[in-house]
Design a protein around this ligand. Structure first.
Ligand SMILES: Nc1nc2c(ncn2[C@@H]2O[C@H](COP(=O)(O)OP(=O)(O)OP(=O)(O)O)[C@@H](O)[C@H]2O)c(=O)[nH]1
Length: 335
């Protein structure tokens, strides 16, 4: 599926070019008719539309181009209405529709209201009262429908965005969100190196929980583990479920030592928690700090995974990739 932003970029390229193609014959006609004011105005709009299409094609300053395109459409409608009178009223309908397509709902609503006022002022001396009322009412209906459509689309997009990044069982963020957040953290680190660590967390012998107590009980354990972890995290920390019983924590601005302390706290919290009668649930954690700007996300994850691999040899353990591992509230030096 084509992302909405990419689709909008393409439309931002095509629409001004189509508009320019539509305006060109009119511009030539005005020059032939020696209607110099309209001819020059159309020529200016034609050139600006071509420039917007050109820059949109090269994906430069896309947000500014959207605003420029809308401003140009408003200016074009009002100025042709001013210069040529009521025959130009038809331009007002597409202008209102494109404001709602390219701008956010709020900005589009405000700008279309201002445009409507401008149009009403210019159209009032040109039309009979009945014609003016009919024109303004139809324009308002167009604006209302565009507003409703744009609002509904933006809400649906928000929901889709949330759904695409949320794990349906535990309601934590998912692997897709992890890649996005972690890549962002790496790029931030490259600009301004602030301690950045990853905790890779895996529930021990989870298969045996499913086998002994059933899949539903397994699901409850996953949900409760997430709940317990979330309670310990700060608002800027992230928890992701990246696989069946595998999670990643990206704590905000802490180094490896501090991340190890957090992982130990979580390990102890979970081992003490009574999930199922007479059955202890434990976790193992691998901790890795991002320290080398050359490292990719894949490299960083691989280091955390190696640390987890070490922790899994004893389970209920927290390990960095090298140095001391922590198990049963005591540290144990390994390799
Ligand atoms: N209940 C439940 N089980 C799941 C879910 N996703 C994956 N699993 C199960 O998680 C289990 C993971 O098993 P393993 O990868 O062998 O891991 P483990 O048993 O925890 O063993 P170690 O990680 O080595 O300690 C599998 O039995 C999966 O079927 C889920 O959403 N709900």
């Amino acid at each position: 599926m084509l992302a909405r932003s990419t689709l909008q970029q393409r439309i931002l390229c095509v629409m001004p070019l189509l508009s320019a193609a539509g305006i060109l014959p009119l511009t030539i006609y005005r020059f032939i008719q020696a209607e110099w004011d309209m001819a020059l105005l159309d020529l200016a709009i034609f050139i600006l539309m071509c420039l917007i299409g050109y820059f949109a094609y090269h994906q430069k300053h896309v947000s500014t181009l959207k605003i420029l395109f809308c401003l140009l459409a408003i200016f074009g409608s009002l100025s042709t209405l001013y210069l040529k009178g009521e025959s130009q009223l038809f331009w007002c309908y597409p202008t209102i529709a494109l404001l709602f397509y390219f701008l956010t709902v709020r900005i589009a609503a405000i700008s279309s209201l201002l445009t409507l006022i401008g149009i009403a002022i210019l159209a009032a001396p040109l039309l009979t009262n009945l014609m003016l009322a009919t024109f303004l009412i139809t324009l308002m209906i167009t604006a209302s429908c565009s507003l409703a459509f744009s609002y509904e689309t933006s809400k649906q997009n928000e929901q889709l965005e949330t759904l695409s990044k949320t794990d349906p069982l535990t309601k934590t963020l998912n692997r897709r969100a992890f890649t996005e957040v972690a890549e962002l953290q790496i790029s931030k680190y490259k600009r301004n190196p602030v301690a950045t660590s990853m905790i890779l967390l895996d529930i021990d012998h989870f298969k045996s929980i499913n086998d002994k107590f059933g899949h539903n009980q397994g699901d409850d354990v996953l949900i409760t583990v997430c709940h317990l972890i979330q309670q310990e995290l700060r608002v800027n920390d992230y928890l992701f479920r990246i696989g069946g019983e595998e999670f990643i924590i990206l704590p905000y601005a802490i180094n490896q030592e501090q991340a190890i302390q957090l992982a130990i706290k979580l390990k102890e919290l979970i081992e003490k928690y009574s999930f199922i009668e007479n059955h202890q649930v434990t976790i193992s954690c691998g901790v890795a700090e991002y320290t080398n700007k050359e490292e990719t996300l894949k490299d960083w994850y691989a280091v955390a995974d190696s640390a987890l691999y070490r922790a899994k040899s004893t389970r209920n353990t927290v390990c960095p990739v090298k140095g001391t591992c922590y198990s049963d509230s005591q540290s144990c030096a390994t390799k």
